[in-house]
Design a protein around this ligand. Structure first.
Ligand code: NAD
Length: 297
């Protein structure tokens, strides 16, 4: 068996095309373009690359955006005051604080300062709580992008056994909620694994759907997966590569070469989940501008 490739670039482009059309309709009705305010604290090179991709996507779909770069010495009080300013600014629809933050700042504290109605990343406790309760909310972009991939390829999820590796607040945990809830499209029986899980293979080998978000290069090998499983590789890891100009290459958490031979569907890295994350951010920003999630705001 050789797995079908889940083409995240293609599905992301289709998602962005729909957002582009909706933005045009929205503006044709006399509304201003949606506006995404990005905040970067410090000058982490990887964060700059991610912000570059988000800015490009905004330009592509007709969303306006600005990035404010703040010194990495900024105090929590000062940063929160900047965010409160954005909360009150009616010309800003979505606010995104690029993570990770310097170690003296608490990301929980900073995210909680964002008005949840502008939290297009879906990280605010209000949105996470509403997600858990199956209420309208901004959904975390990466797991929402994975659900969109299932939908696009008509990959059945309902009643399957899904295993999620990784339990972070931004990927693994919301992914497990979206997969497991009876009231979402998920409806899967879901197991969550993390670094304290004993005998990972005992769980992965039984997965009809395996979502891996551990940040561990090539953690998942062919012998750990069930024949015909659907494999979603969220991991993005830099590993040294002398043949590349940059001196590194990006690999996922799955040993693609061997696992591809056993799976029915698989996402590549790069070109799988990554582009979907940015596309879902565009979708959330448009929803924020249209006040679709929180109409009374
Ligand atoms: P994180 O470090 O916050 O969380 C990692 C999780 O994996 C933790 O719950 C940890 O317990 C678990 N884990 C670590 N090693 C494990 C092991 N050996 N066995 C089982 N569980 C293990 O990371 P994160 O922010 O959730 O990101 C995970 C990966 O996904 C990273 O590679 C990150 O770069 C990538 N990522 C990709 C996208 C995208 O758009 N494709 C978005 C966000 C994160």
């Amino acid at each position: 068996m050789s797995a079908e490739i889940i083409d995240g670039r293609k599905v992301a482009e289709l998602t962005r095309a729909r957002v582009r059309e909706d933005v045009q309709d929205w503006k044709a009705k006399g509304n201003r373009a949606p506006f995404l305010q990005v905040v970067l604290v410090g000058d982490d090179p990887a964060s700059k690359v991610y912000i570059g991709a988000k800015t490009k996507a905004c330009e592509d779909v007709g969303i306006e955006t600005a990035t404010e770069i703040l010194q990495d010495t900024i105090s929590a009080k000062e940063l929160k005051s900047v965010i409160r300013g954005y909360n009150e600014d009616n010309s800003i629809d979505g606010i995104l604080v690029q993570l990770p933050l310097p170690s003296h700042l608490s990301s929980h504290d900073v995210i909680e300062t964002i008005d949840h109605r502008k939290d297009v990343d879906g990280f605010h406790p209000m949105n996470v709580g509403r997600l858990a309760l199956c209420q309208p909310c901004f959904k975390s972009c990466t797991p929402a992008g994975v659900m969109e991939l299932f939908k696009h390829y008509s990959i059945p999820v309902k009643s399957k056994h899904a295993v999620v590796i990784g339990a972070s607040n931004i990927v693994g945990s919301p992914m497990s909620i979206m997969l497991s809830r009876e009231n979402y499209t998920g409806k899967a029986t879901t197991t969550i694994c993390h670094k304290y899980t004993k005998d990972l293979t005992r769980h992965t080998i039984n997965a009809d759907i395996l979502v891996v978000a551990a940040g561990q290069p090539h953690l998942i090998k062919a012998e750990m997966v069930k024949e015909g499983a659907v494999i979603i590789d969220v991991g993005i890891n830099r590993v040294a590569d002398e043949t590349s100009e940059k001196g590194y290459k990006l690999v996922g958490d799955v040993d693609f070469g061997s696992v591809q031979k056993k799976a029915s569907w698989i996402t590549p890295v790069p070109g799988g989940v990554g582009p979907m994350t940015v596309a879902m951010l565009m979708k959330n920003t448009l929803l924020a501008a249209k006040k679709s999630i929180y109409p009374d705001s």
